[in-house]
Design a protein. Sequence first.
Length: 441
Amino acid sequence: MKKLSNKQKLVSGIAIILVAIIIAIIVTTNVINNNVGTESYLVTTANANSNLVASYIKWGITIGGITGTLESLNTFDATATAEDIIWGETAYVKGEKITGTKVVTVAQAQESQKVFEENTVLIDDYGNSVKVPEGFKIAEDSATAVTEGVVIEDFSAEGATEYTKGSQFVWVPIGDIKTNDNGDISSIELGRYSFSSDGKETLIQEGLNWSDTSNSVVIEETTGESMKELSSSTYGNATSKDLGEFVTKALNSRGYYIGRYEAGDAYATNSPRTGSPNVSNYNNPITCKKEVYPYNYINQSDASKLCQGMYNNDDFKSDLVNSYAWDTAIVFIQTFSNDKNYSVQSGINTAKKIQKCGESILENLDTGDDVNDRRCNIYDMAGNMYELSTECCFTGNNHCVRRGGCFDTPEGYYGMLVNDRASCNQLSAIDFYSFRPILYL
């Protein structure tokens, strides 16, 4: 046999090495191609039995004796949008991470400052419902439990004006109300009430049984005056826009809104706003905001027109406060605030003048304390200005009824009585008389 030369041996060795390299490349390529989407591992004889983990290898692929369990998730057929996912939570849709914008709770609405495009029911901290009107948001300083006063703020309500924007209202709940995480319940019934000297309320007429022909009337004990609501009146006083509709919607929604403040005069700039030279012009825009001077020196008919015209919206209604709305709000305050006798609240307004809406009722105190007439986020139902309502009086020729207390009482500025129900002349503008709007939906 002919011996191979050294040169021939070298060539043969190189050829064998090249074949081995080509085979190794082919094997490695096939392994990698069959394991797309997993962590990259170079599979060779040297590392085939290294620390490979099944969860790193695609499902069904075996490498070095280890069968993969990794399942890649394809999200490209997902249909969810940000509004389908709870606000602040995240998810992956079509390969992208999205953050949810869906608001379910009052707390989420407050944090997100979401403006609702339609009437929406939210849930408070304890599971109570709150119905928010279109174009409103939860105010930044609102409570997140109805027992403490959930506040809504007009942001872009249809039919609103540049003056009503920012107006605030507080939700008054009706029915069984959960008061804590344990599910304890308190109940508030929509109705007209009388209040005894210790503040205890007595239901006089249920909202559900409202009728303008009912013999159930409230007697003002101090004056003997008989009062009630009417669906229409021949006495000259303005009545509710539709009291039956208010009662029905408030019961169905399990609540309604009352102005957080007395009605504000958007054009008022001078501080006292007292006396006929400072009469509010009923054509001035109405607001319900902090730090605005309240309407003053206005008659009941004009007050009603301003409240009813505050919003022109099919999703909710605005109106002048009626006796059901006022009394039930007082029961709400006495139930959930520290003032169980708020209806007969008395005190001293050392300012001795009309205050801005939401302003301190005391000034120049040695202690420097800032004291507000605020309960459950509602201001000045016990003081600042008397407030006109849609209730009607049947004694004498006045017929109109005022509510609440005023700083300017004859007894040395004492006696801010919330249940101070007194008749007044519905056709005359009276000093220190203002009013408060309500919303229902």
